[in-house]
Write a protein that binds this ligand. Sequence first.
Ligand SMILES: *Cc1c(COP(=O)(O)O)cnc(C)c1O
Length: 374
Amino acid sequence: MFVSFYGHVRQYRNIQAEIDANIRQVLESGEYVMGPMLRRFEGELAAYFGMKHAVGVNSGTDAIWLALMALGIGPGDECITTVNTFFATAEAIWIAGATAVFVDTDPRTNCIDPEKIEPAVTERTRAIVPVHLYGQCADMKAIRKIADRYNLLIVEDNAQAIGAHGDGFRIGELSDAVATSFIIQKNLGTFGDGGAVITNRDDVNRAVRRLRNHGSEKRSYHSFGFNSRLDDIHAGVLSAKLKYIDAWNDLRRKWAARYSAGLAQARHITLPYEKPGYRHVYHLYVIETRRPEQRDRLLKHLNDNGVDAKCHYPIAIHQQEGYPWGKPARIVGSLANSERNAACCISLPMYPELTEEEVDYVIEKVLEWDRAQG
Ligand SMILES: *Cc1c(COP(=O)(O)O)cnc(C)c1O
């Protein structure tokens, strides 16, 4: 048996007629950039989030830095975030010209630990960039309180958590802007790159729209900007898929529950922690070995047995070679929780199109290894 890490082609086959129809509609319209399909998808996406505005951009990475720039963040400003995330979170802060300030994560959720934020605040702090890691929201209520106390902005890195919510809060309602990614492997993914900024702020909406299109709101009139647009073909794919995102996330939750039940007796791993009242959408189902030296052995056992498990992310940002590449960066306090996460994490295959047989096979192979540890 081989259990793939991704189910992109299965997903395409399941709704191929709808995706193909939208792509054909774009092709036949003759409008491929900033056309009607993009406007339609932006409207649908804003409605899905229950927010006023959604602006399609080139990638999730661009969504983060465009949101930061739209909020006026640049050189000399500090943004507080975490190191156990996809590299792009920090990269986006640096692209905006700001200083990345890294604090530790909550050991159970692996999202930013709100208690670690306050000691990192200085006169230069302008924003907090929490990552909703693996599909579970960071504690936005606690983060909002700190932001209010110190008059900070919040940009949510929601690349992994579309469709999630917290205990009594929705994504976007407690922040200035949400950045999301549509690269194929995300819960809502297109056949290539894409992203969006979602916001209730009219000024941020307007600024991102200008920045993504050469600083232009009106043909031939420019202020400084960039080229970071979401192509209409991608908008068409995403519009077809958006209708299914809640059902797909329910399936991810179903497979997560099956993994967690099947692995409950394992003695050498820790299972993902779901916070009460939160909707975790399991972009990734990440277990941790109890000890770092066990991680590569379990990973090898799984890979050798046809289970395409991976690690997200085995090298934390501050552990990357050459860090920080001359970019402004500061670490506040110990990063022990994030470092443990990096050293012990293993992502099991997770996507809506898995089958019971595949999930049970993965469970069996993890348990086989676990029993052999004694
Ligand atoms: C994927 C991802 C990004 C970047 O999104 P791209 O669309 O690949 O640019 C940023 N942050 C996190 C947490 C991600 O998982």
